[in-house]
Design a protein. Sequence first.
Length: 630
Amino acid sequence: MMIKRLFPIIIAFTLFSCNQKKETTEDIKEKGNQLAIEINNHSYGNVDKISTNHLHLELNVDFDNKTLKGVARHNMDNKGVEKAVFDIKKLNIEKVTLGNPENEKETTFSIGKYDSLLGSPLIVDISKEDENINIYYSTAKDADALDWLDAELTGSKKHPYLYTQGQAILTRSWIPVQDTPGNRFTYSADLKVPSELLALMSATNPTEKNETGEYHFEMKQPIPSYLLALTVGELEYRRLSDNSGVYAEPHLIEVAKEEFKDIPKMIDAAEALYGKYLWDVYDVIVLPYSFPFGGMENPRLTFLTPTLIAGDGSLVSTIAHELAHSWSGNLVTNASWEDFWLNEGFTVYFENRIMEEVYGKEVANMLAIIEFQELENTIQELNTQDRERDTHLKLNLDDRDPDDGMTDVAYVKGAFFLKTLEEKVGREDFDKFINGYFNAHKFETLTTEDFVKYLKTNLLTPLNVDFNTDEWIYGAGIPENTIRIESKRFEIVQELAKGITEGKALPKNLKRGDKITQEWLAFIRAFNGGLSKEVMTAIDQQLNFKNSGNSEIMSEWYVLGIKNDYTEIRPEIKAFLKKVGRRKYLEPLYITLAGTKETLEWAKDVYKEARPYYHAVSFNTIDKILGVNQ
Ligand code: BES
Ligand code: ZN
């Protein structure tokens, strides 16, 4: 395990809270003033001196008070230090003890100044021999990671719901933990939830609820803290194969099972490419609409947005993506958020290979072109914002929110780097190399530099290949030698769009079901932002994009509609914004709405109603776009 520290930041701080046992408040204040806590990889954790090997959680899930309350028992590898530093964010720390549960002794601790991005350091006093630290705590009502949904916001409207989102640095708002991807640990948990609900974690899971509401979980493979996850709700399970299945609320379970029936095929394809699936079970859960992402690769239990349910299985590439993370990300993990492309670039590349295997080259190519268009837009946008530095694969996130680096650059430039390499050395050698890479570094964390070294030693030098690796990783924009992908089916829809721009009517017999989602996206994008509202109305009459039930098409169509004053679809846009909390859709819609004074006012009105439906990840982003609640 190697954690590279390029620019450690040292801060000194004053204490504002402490537990006094042996020392007086004044003593601790004095000590606190002298303490210097380092921030590495967005964490206060002193993992190079003491780090968690195993975490055991005992938590009560209290829906009435919207809090988790209990104890986090850390078994740690102590290299002989007298302080253990954890990350916490808005947690209420009741007490800290040392030793085994049978023999716990209370100890002193202090909490550093609160930072709105990083939270606070929790500094626990220990002896050089101490290995077991037990932190008794409860979460805040507005914990960033937690989305507590009242019953009205769930499918059945009968029971409340809770889910967590840890990546990138939100786990510290529900568990006191050294919250850096540079450290891995195993975990177990004992949870108590209301007996009418089922609890699931990124661990061994029940498939049915029991009468006591008590559940035990085990994650035997070591994981980084951002992959700790929990969800509690009225949930059912359907098996898809021996080692895969779907969880969802009762009203969605059958459609979800049908929509995602190809999961077993995807697992087979992935294993054939890069080796055995090492997490035993691959289940997915369809979360409520507020879930801010398309998917989240929580080990053994991928979290999914319900917007993937399009009725025709056309949005399953997100599942291929999250499954691919079982290798790239969960097995081989980025050491810091500056190396985020190691997680996402590899995953987008791998996702595309799974899609090619299961659905054919033509579909995989269309997906890749759609992504490349998005990358080009993102790079243009970053350049106009003077953020050329963020078009590098290796990022610099000193003093910045890791979210700033979570752009298409890490995802798509990363994937195109690997695609271009593959083309250069040939698929056979490249597959061997990637296989070897996952195998050599499984259950480790890696920096970009570790990867570059591995690439040179195991691929470029043995094959005697010259490649502009440094330009791809440390340079701006998209290098000249990037692979170009073409699609005949895209050319057809682009021609169709061109005809319409020139005044031709849509072919009368054309139906939406004639083409797949990506073809329609390419069609909508071919108008380059311009299309009269009369023509948009005509297209909607024939193809019904505005109510298509396909969230990819709807969001793309709504953005075009806002740009072209197609105000007739405002009711549909409003309904969408009040239902869907996925940031990928919300962001472009609100940004476009913020473009004129009139649409901005309208957006603010809608947002007032819609904001309670969003997770903190999404509403924090939208607050900034609209300049509200800050
Ligand atoms: N791990 C990410 C989601 C994420 C990234 C959460 C950074 C928090 C911080 C997940 O695998 C992902 O990339 N989701 C995408 C899916 C898409 C690229 C297929 C999404 O949500 O849109
Ligand atoms: Zn991902």
